[in-house]
Design a protein around this ligand. Structure first.
Ligand code: SME
Length: 159
């Protein structure tokens, strides 16, 4: 079955508004977690052409690399380490306008200039984080936070 995304140009809000229903329909009838994380990463990469976008999954006391699009990345991140580990520890979305100014930032790619990390919270626990990296400074804002938090809210983690 063909799964073509409709990609639009325009404001960031317009891009998310076109993308979100497509992501929802891709994942709502599919129970497999890895398939859904992979398609979310693929859809976001296709629409926004970020340097890197993907998931880290909480496994025991670490974040472990999950489905992603972009250059190879570090596989394990400890709680409180880097932007991802800090987002996990604080259970909150972090927007980093300039990664060089974030103490402890983990540079998986030297091309990354700004980053957003959105925790996936289920039953009050962080079970994963969605991480996106851009080659541009200050690429992420409250609009990304709003729509990416909406997307991660749709992921079924109990299957
Ligand atoms: N920069 C992240 C590490 C993950 S990569 O960007 C894919 C961090 O500081 O947690």
């Amino acid at each position: 079955m063909a799964e073509d995304l409709l990609i639009v140009k325009g404001s960031k809000t317009d891009q998310y508004k076109t993308l979100l229903p497509q992501v929802k329909s891709l994942i709502e009838t599919e129970p497999d977690l890895i398939a859904n994380l992979a398609n979310i990463a693929g859809a976001l990469k296709e629409q926004f052409s970020w340097l890197w976008v993907g998931f880290y999954l909480v496994k025991k006391e670490e974040l472990v690399l999950g489905p992603f699009q972009g250059p190879v990345a570090c596989t394990r991140i400890k709680k409180g380490q880097g932007v991802c580990g800090t987002s996990w520890a604080k259970a909150t979305t972090l927007i980093v306008a300039d990664v060089e100014k974030f103490p402890g930032h983990i540079a998986c790619s030297s091309l990354s200039r700004s980053e957003i990390v959105v925790p996936v919270i289920r039953n009050a626990d962080v079970v994963a984080v969605l991480d996106a990296d851009s080659e541009n400074l200050d690429a992420f804002d409250e609009t990304d936070k709003q729509y990416l938090e909406e997307i991660v809210g749709w992921i079924h983690f109990d299957s």
